[in-house]
Ligand binder design. Structure first.
Ligand SMILES: C[S@@+](CC[C@H](N)C(=O)[O-])C[C@H]1O[C@@H](n2cnc3c(N)ncnc32)[C@H](O)[C@@H]1O
Length: 275
């Protein structure tokens, strides 16, 4: 499990600068407009209610754009993440904007020890946070420990059923390929082991996918069509109630099958196939 944690952290360290530079996170708009808030927090605002004056903690805050958005709604925010590279981006942005947000590097499971018990009125988290954690029960204990009595947890996550679905398949079917129930081991280990077992038993794992627009799964097509219309990954995730990770995965699958380099070529690739 420690190997998984190290690998996962390295992957977030690697992605943080790319996310900060990506239009999906709108970092420069935060810097340019002190009233700007993220699409995520804008979407959540009606359910969040009034957060002005609350002491809030954003668990797994990544590059801090949602943390800063909550600060802009009047909460005094602390963001926590275990990726130093993500926090470099978050601190850099908060330093530029001067919002009431500070950032702490820690594993989410150590949050109570690091930030203090009963220290917050609001815990905010989600959009691809829980799926990385090995134990939801331990996580819930952390949330309970951070909140003052009567404090509030706000979470928006994809339904865990989505994480059980197969990668794109040659036959286009969407099947349950991963276990729904929590287990201590990461999913990728499960899949790798299944493949090894299949090979050991003389089976032949699926070969690589076929190409062309007909090869896109229904999910890839849904995501690709929206991306071709200019929707950002975050917007697509919100529209389809899936994680940004799932959007990235479906787009990567679509690019590969359409033999294109990226978003700019999508509209043409989809329309030439339709026509
Ligand atoms: C998809 S991002 C969450 C998105 C985030 N809500 C946002 O504002 O964009 C997942 C984050 O979880 C963090 N993370 C994963 N496992 C963690 C752990 N055990 N402790 C703390 N942070 C963790 C990663 O570093 C990453 O920044």
């Amino acid at each position: 499990m420690e190997d998984y944690r190290t690998l996962n952290k390295a992957s977030w360290d690697d992605r943080a600068p790319a996310h900060a530079a990506s239009p999906d996170y709108s970092v420069e708009r935060f810097a340019a407009d002190p009233a700007f808030i993220s699409d995520v927090v804008l979407f959540d605002q009606p359910l969040l209610g009034d957060v002005a004056g609350l002491r809030g903690v954003h668990l797994q805050c990544h590059i801090g754009t949602d943390t800063i958005s909550l600060a802009r709604l009047g909460a005094s925010m602390t963001g926590l993440d275990f990726s130093p590279a993500a926090l470099t981006q978050a601190r850099d942005l908060a330093g530029r904007t001067g919002d009431d947000a500070r950032f702490v590097e820690a594993d989410v499971y150590d949050a109570v020890g690091v930030l203090g018990a009963d220290a917050f009125d609001l815990v905010f988290t989600g959009i691809g946070a829980l799926c990385w954690l090995p134990s939801v029960r331990r996580w819930a204990g952390v949330v309970a420990g951070l909140l003052r009595p009567g404090g509030r947890l706000f979470i928006r996550e994809a339904h865990p059923m989505l994480d059980t679905l197969s990668d794109p398949r040659e036959d286009g079917l969407i099947v349950v390929d991963f276990t729904y129930f929590e287990r201590a081991e990461p999913m990728s280990g499960t899949r790798a082991r299944a493949r090894e077992e299949l090979l050991a038993a003389g089976g032949r794992p699926r070969r690589s996918r076929i190409g062309g627009v007909e090869a896109l799964t229904a999910s890839e097509l849904r995501v690709a069509r929206r991306a071709a219309l200019g929707h950002t990954n975050r917007q697509i995730a919100q529209e389809l109630f899936v994680t940004i990770k799932a959007v990235e995965k479906h787009l990567a699958g679509a690019y590969r099958k359409l033999s294109i380099q990226g978003r700019a070529e999508l509209a043409e690739a989809l329309s030439s196939a339709a026509g």
